[in-house]
Ligand binder design. Structure first.
Ligand SMILES: [Cu+2]
Length: 189
C-alpha cells in the first residue's frame, strides 16, 4: 500500500491540474462561440434564433436587443415581438423542439403583410397540407416564410423588413397553432 502512495499522489495531482485548468478554458471558448452564433451569422445579417415548442409558442433563450419577450416557458421565454428598422435585413432561424412525429407537430414562421387577416390565412393554411401549409392562393399575403421544421429540424429565412412603419403579424401556419397562440409581431419603426 505504502509503495504505491507516491504514484497515486502524483496521479491525483495530475488529474486535478488537468481538470481545473483545462475545463475553465474550454468553457470560456464555448460561451464565446455560442454568443457569436446567436447574435451574428458569418455574413453580418442580424439573426434571430427562435425555438418552436409543443405548447404551440415561439420562444427564445432570453432577452436581447431588438426583441420583446413575455412569460417564462420552461427553459425559454415567450417571443412577443421583433423590432426592425425599415428595410433592415433580418434572418429568422427556427428550430422545432419535439419528440412527436412531423404529422403531429411541426412549425414554420410566416410573416404576413400589414393588413392581412391572420385568422383567414391560418384557416386556409390548414387546408394546404400538400403545400407545407402555405395556401397557394394567399401568397400575396406573405412577406417571407420558412419551410416546416419537424422535431429536431432547423429552418431559416432571410428577408428585408418592409419600408412602411407599423405592425406585421408573424404566425405558425401548422393547423391549430395560430389559434393556440403561435404568433407574434414584427414592428417596423
Ligand atoms: Cu407551430
Amino acid at each position: 500500500m505504502t509503495r504505491f502512495a507516491p504514484y497515486l499522489f502524483s496521479l491525483m495531482l495530475l488529474f486535478v491540474t488537468a481538470c481545473g485548468g483545462g475545463s475553465d478554458d474550454q468553457q470560456q471558448t464555448e460561451t464565446q462561440e455560442s454568443q457569436t452564433t446567436a447574435q451574428q451569422a458569418d455574413d453580418g445579417v442580424r439573426t434571430i434564433e427562435i425555438v418552436g415548442i409543443d405548447r404551440m409558442k415561439f420562444v427564445v433563450e432570453g432577452d436581447e436587443d431588438g426583441i420583446s419577450t413575455g412569460d417564462t416557458m420552461g427553459d425559454y421565454v415567450l417571443l412577443e415581438s421583433i423590432t426592425a428598422e425599415p428595410g433592415e435585413e433580418i434572418r429568422i432561424r427556427l428550430t422545432t423542439e419535439s419528440t412527436l412525429p412531423a404529422s403531429a407537430m411541426a412549425h414554420n414562421f410566416v410573416l404576413l403583410v400589414m393588413d392581412a387577416d391572420a385568422t383567414a390565412f391560418a384557416n386556409a393554411a390548414a387546408r394546404a397540407k400538400d403545400n407545407e401549409y402555405i395556401p397557394a392562393d394567399m401568397e400575396d399575403q406573405i412577406i417571407a416564410h420558412t419551410d416546416m421544421a419537424a422535431g429536431g429540424e432547423t429552418v431559416e429565412v432571410t428577408f428585408t423588413a418592409p419600408e412602411e412603419a407599423g405592425d406585421y403579424e408573424f404566425i405558425c401556419s401548422f393547423p391549430g397553432h395560430y389559434s393556440g397562440g403561435m404568433a407574434g409581431t414584427l414592428t417596423v419603426e
